[in-house]
Ligand binder design. Structure first.
Ligand code: NAD
Ligand code: UDX
Length: 551
């Protein structure tokens, strides 16, 4: 078939932005345009402060969006100029009209109303984007589902296209994304696999091959799997469901540990040493948050339900139920340990993002914990997460706030102020700064990524070297655009971008707290005996502590 020259990516989010950047990096001859309806988001993608924070992403965006000269490993003395080939725009009509491939990377949340509420996928956004493609795309354009969608969506898209443009040929591919937030660039540069689902017709196979060639620019062919569309769509849901299932399984065991005095980390280690089980995704804690696991299991559950398989639906829905229960169990543990009286007490929440190395607040585990705590009318809930924007935290909390409790919830940009005079600290995510051995001195960040990432671009005219995956690029800072006035990163006093934040000094936190200094570890990240030496009373999920009372 004809090679791909223009790719339009619909949706400049966590998936669309980084995916487009890596495709553009490895395919300098392809023009990649990323479309979003959200003007502010597009402005931020076109500035030094990107709307999402992923290690090395800014380097790749600098090279692809702003242009650079490249000196490759092999002929390092002959730099070649790289013209910009990555663009972010709100002008969808123009981009769609010239694309020979359109990647759909819009959000596909769970439906909150009507048939299948709480389980089925809300296809409103996806359908609207498909309609736009149907209106403006050229005949023969290859449409790629990057979003995680229900099984059968490829057929649904085909029917929608037929309705708007009867008789026009379009090919539809499923190409689900497996990246994790916090390691998106690494996952995209070195994917375990690239899955391409297509119709098993000659034109379907040709389309799949065209997409495979885009990936083959950097992914070994043996990792590119071509399957049918249904299998591809289902495989995505299954991968997430099975990862989440491991977390719920180990969390169920943490509850047994809390009743018996066994230690869940030791159990996970022992089980994980069996190579058939493996050590990953066995960390007990508050459970899984984030925008994918809960939603994709709900979708799998709904699929089973619609196929008349209630036992299968029930089996998978238990993974989500266990996850909810674990959070509830933790919040009630906090209340119980504090004599079932939070009135007038201050509780500090360390970490709000759903995991470390991300500023993403969607499906934060903190929200449910805070909701339960607020019912006990504490004096203050003090939240600290230097990776997150305060406006994002407050938006996420909105559903649990009301006129009575709103003024009790505050976001702090300093860990020590958040914990000052607190009766308890609750560790909600596994960020490295919370993990540090207590007593560690401030000022020494141990993050591997203390680069200039996300700092506003240098003001001088010196070329800067960027290394990406063995290639060396020379980049001229003056080529880069500047931030808009409403850039939240410029307005914030903290630099969130590097995600390399100072470790917290637990001794200093202990000093400012009220007795008995409670530390509740929702992630298994604290060194319990060290914390106890500093005068904390520690409770965890399924781990040994001095004050454990087996109930
Ligand atoms: P996101 O909300 O970060 O990004 C989606 C973007 O699409 C938003 O910026 C939104 O404004 C834009 N958009 C919506 N409708 C549009 C339209 N008609 N035209 C142009 N832009 C439009 O979502 P995300 O986290 O990137 O997820 C996207 C999809 O990828 C979802 O289906 C998700 O399940 C899947 N996925 C996400 C991850 C992840 O880690 N976040 C990983 C794998 C798969
Ligand atoms: C997940 C999948 O890993 C990725 O492949 C898919 O494309 C999108 O969904 P993500 O949600 O970004 O990625 O993060 P992940 O690292 O999978 O963690 C999800 C949640 O599980 C986090 O809240 C994390 O803290 C939690 N988790 C993870 C545990 O509680 N224990 C573990 O052992 C691992």
């Amino acid at each position: 078939g004809t090679p791909v020259r223009h790719i339009a990516v619909v949706g400049a989010g966590y998936v669309g932005g980084p995916t487009a950047a890596v495709i553009a990096l490895h395919n300098p001859h392809i023009r990649v345009e990323v479309l979003d309806k959200d003007q502010r988001r597009v402005r931020r993608w076109n500035s030094p402060h990107l709307p999402i924070h992923e290690s090395s992403l800014i380097d790749i965006v600098r090279v692809t969006r702003d242009g650079a000269s490249l000196s490759s490993r092999d002929n390092s003395n002959v730099p070649t100029d790289r013209l910009p080939n990555l663009f972010f725009t709100t002008d969808s009509q123009a981009s769609l009209a010239k694309a020979d491939m359109v990647m759909m990377a819009v959000n596909t949340p769970t439906k909150t109303f009507g048939i299948g509420a709480g389980r089925a996928t809300n296809m409103t956004t996806f359908d609207a984007a498909v309609k736009e493609v149907a209106l403006y795309a050229r005949p023969g354009t290859i449409i790629v589902e990057k979003s995680t969608v229900p099984c059968g969506t490829a057929q649904r898209v085909r029917q929608m296209l037929d309705a708007v443009r009867p008789g026009t040929p379009f090919e539809i591919l499923s190409n689900p994304e497996f990246l994790s937030e916090g390691s998106a660039v690494r996952n995209l540069l070195h994917p375990d696999r690239v899955l391409i689902g297509s119709a098993k017709t000659p034109s379907g196979r040709r389309a799949a091959d065209a997409l495979a060639s885009v990936y083959a620019a950097w992914v070994p062919r043996s990792r590119i799997l071509e399957v049918d569309a249904w299998s591809s769509e289902l495989a995505k849901l299954v991968s997430n469901a099975m990862l989440a299932q491991r977390i719920s399984s180990i969390n169920s065991i943490s509850a047994i540990c809390d009743r018996t005095g066994a230690d869940v980390d030791e159990i996970a280690r022992s089980a994980g040493l069996d190579p058939r089980i493996g050590p990953q995704f066995l960390k007990a804690g508050l459970g899984f948050g984030g925008s994918c696991f809960r939603k994709d299991i709900a979708s799998l559950t709904y699929l089973a339900e619609s196929l008349g398989l209630p036992e299968v639906a029930h089996y998978w829905s238990q993974v989500n139920s266990m996850n909810d229960w674990q959070r509830d169990r933790f919040a009630h543990k906090v209340i119980h340990r504090m004599e079932e009286n939070l009135v007038g007490k201050k509780i500090a929440i360390l970490g709000f993002a759903f995991k470390k190395n991300t500023g993403d607040t969607r499906e934060s585990l903190a929200v449910d914990v805070i909701r339960v705590l607020l019912q006990e009318r504490p004096g203050e809930i003090a939240i600290f997460d230097p990776c997150c924007l305060s406006e994002d935290i407050m938006r996420e909390l909105e559903p649990v706030l009301d006129a009575n409790n709103r003024e009790r919830v505050h976001v702090y940009t300093d860990a020590y102020q958040a914990c000052e005079q607190a009766n308890a600290v609750v560790v909600v995510n596994d960020s490295d700064p919370f993990k540090q051995a207590p007593g560690r001195k401030l000022g020494k960040s141990n993050s591997k990524n203390a680069s200039t990432e996300q700092q506003p671009f240098e003001t001088n005219d010196m070329a800067k070297e960027i290394h990406i995956d063995g290639s060396r690029f020379s980049y001229h800072p003056t080529q880069s655009p500047i931030c808009a006035e409403d850039c939240p990163d410029c307005q914030s006093t903290k630099s969130r971008g590097t995600m390399s934040i100072e470790p917290v000094e637990w001794a200093r936190i202990a000093y400012g707290m009220k007795e008995p200094r409670w530390a509740f570890d929702g992630r298994g990240v604290l060194d319990v005996s060290e914390m106890e030496k500093l005068g904390f009373r520690v409770d965890t999920l399924g781990r040994h502590t001095a004050s454990r009372d087996f109930n």
